[in-house]
Design a protein. Structure first.
Length: 103
């Protein structure tokens, strides 16, 4: 049976506040970082923030074939996906670990 007298609510609240503070600092740090992904041997490069917001897109002229816009679209999607995956990895490395709750 659960014994509420052994439950440190004040300590748990302090731990939750500390976790919240760490999370906010990590999110602010991520917002200032940028990662770049590419596709097609760097024909297309996408830059995203550490939070995943698309910030820039660079397309080399040789990637632009008016008769084959589908390939260009695929390269853009691949570059954005690559950059987003890198941003997710950065976020995972930056975010504080979740502590065990001693319940």
């Amino acid at each position: 049976m659960f014994d509420p007298s052994g439950f440190d609510l004040e300590g748990l609240m302090a731990q939750a506040q500390a976790m919240q503070d760490q999370l906010e600092r990590a999110q602010a740090e991520l917002a200032t970082k940028q990662v770049t992904g590419s596709a097609g041997g760097d024909l297309v490069e996408a830059t995203v923030s550490g939070t995943g917001e698309l910030l820039g897109l660079m397309i080399r002229p040789e990637a632009c074939d008016p008769d084959d816009t589908e390939t260009l679209a695929d390269l853009v999607v691949a570059a954005v996906r690559d950059a987003t995956n890198k941003a997710m990895a950065l976020a995972q490395a930056t975010m504080p670990p979740m502590p065990e709750l001693g319940l």
